[in-house]
Unconditional design. Structure first.
Length: 151
């Protein structure tokens, strides 16, 4: 990773591009959702290490604290949030990644159900592997090849 990168900014996942041609017609039909950046409290804005809206890979940051960040992705089918946090453990750190989806249209649930196997079997494991590799490169520790990946 380069100096300003975080595990999420360097987690560029190529396989999702296979379904990108399908997204544009959906965007045209359904429009886009509003950002949650304006909902941040003044205290959260002041404590954030990055400004709301800062690009973070395909997402935009809502906030970044020392041990936690929340990013959002808005498009015609979903309003998605990626929550990443780290906690110290006796053996190092434990990272938590949560992906939350807010429907923006009545077809969002159908769309998410249709792509669920692709997300669970291809996209999420690729993101996790990329984050693990970036962490090992930057801070050391076990490589992805030395551990079994579970989702």
């Amino acid at each position: 990773m380069s100096g300003g990168d975080t595990p999420l900014t360097s987690a560029r996942v190529v396989p999702h591009r296979r379904i990108c041609p399908l997204r544009q017609p959906v965007r045209v039909l359904f429009g886009n959702a509003e950002s949650y950046a304006d909902r941040l409290s003044p205290a959260d804005r002041a404590a954030s290490l990055a400004s709301p809206g800062t690009p973070d890979g395909q997402f935009n940051l809502l906030y970044r604290f020392e041990d936690e960040q929340l990013s959002e992705l808005r498009n015609a089918t979903v309003h998605a949030f990626a929550s990443l946090s780290i906690r110290p453990t006796p053996g190092g750190y434990l990272a938590y990644l949560g992906v939350f989806v807010q429907p923006v249209h009545r077809f969002t649930r159908l769309y998410m159900t249709a792509i669920a196997p692709f997300r669970r079997l291809v996209v999420y494991p690729a993101i996790i592997r990329k984050m693990q590799s970036a962490w090992v490169e930057r801070y050391g520790g076990e490589s992805v090849d030395q551990r079994r990946l579970t989702v």
